[in-house]
Design a protein around this ligand. Sequence first.
Ligand SMILES: C[S@@+](CC[C@H](N)C(=O)[O-])C[C@H]1O[C@@H](n2cnc3c(N)ncnc32)[C@H](O)[C@@H]1O
Length: 280
Amino acid sequence: MRDRSFRQTEKGKGHGPKKSLGQNFLIDPNITRCMVDYAQISERDVVLEIGPGRGMLTREILNSPCSFLHIIEIDKTLAPFLEPLLKRHETRTSLIWADVLTVNLKELSPSPTKVLANIPYNITTPLIWQILEHLAPMGTKELVLMLQLDLAERLCAKPGTKDRSPLGITIERMGQVQIAKKVPPSVFWPAPKVESAIVQILLDKNYDLASKRPWRRLLKVAFARRRKTLMNNLACVYDFFKDREQAYGLLKELGLSPTVRAEELNADDWQRLYEHILTL
Ligand SMILES: C[S@@+](CC[C@H](N)C(=O)[O-])C[C@H]1O[C@@H](n2cnc3c(N)ncnc32)[C@H](O)[C@@H]1O
């Protein structure tokens, strides 16, 4: 059942949704419950919620047995919604008013084991990189995120498809990603123009990969010009190789065609290429 009292309450507290901050609030408690169920939060979990808005998902997380909840929200005008809620759970919550992209997530104490968020679509990609880079090495093992459906599909893209991306490949090397549930615009207020999806990311290996500069640089170079071959990108962009001959030699050694494009490589190919780049 949708939360029909929402609009009145919202107006009552003098806060209208801000488009510039991606404020499409969830109004269907079944969806927030679903997100918390996917996260399977136990009393050992420390949760980080990004962008709590009016606290719809926050309330559901606080109903779970989590030992601690960090919350980061940029919009202080949401205080009348959040502060009374958090006051009831003072000993196990901490609220930071800030742009999450400027927060040093490594310093959150206790360290989050799980991240839940209905994130503003405009900061999704840098935010996921930030979480992988700073929180995965600190023990974050699971992310349950509400994302725009097309981005969710890009994160799950298989080798050989045009949607393959550096972020998707990095997640694949660190764990698994899946679309847990597609979500229609009608569960938000105001309704966005696009469909969304709940995405579950499990991290179970290579926890420090996203923080490795050579890895990030390899992917950046390989995907710098998507229509060019991997060999051309490796040889011509930046200075990985002296010339095309050297790049050709490496691809041959790895059993890869000289005409292969970055989007065609699978996770093992990336690992072998990365290991070789580290020896250069
Ligand atoms: C899509 S709304 C989700 C609100 C709430 N979690 C819900 O599901 O109803 C996104 C929230 O992220 C907040 N936000 C936007 N940009 C942010 C940023 N850079 N750092 C932290 N919070 C941000 C917005 O103010 C808003 O509360």
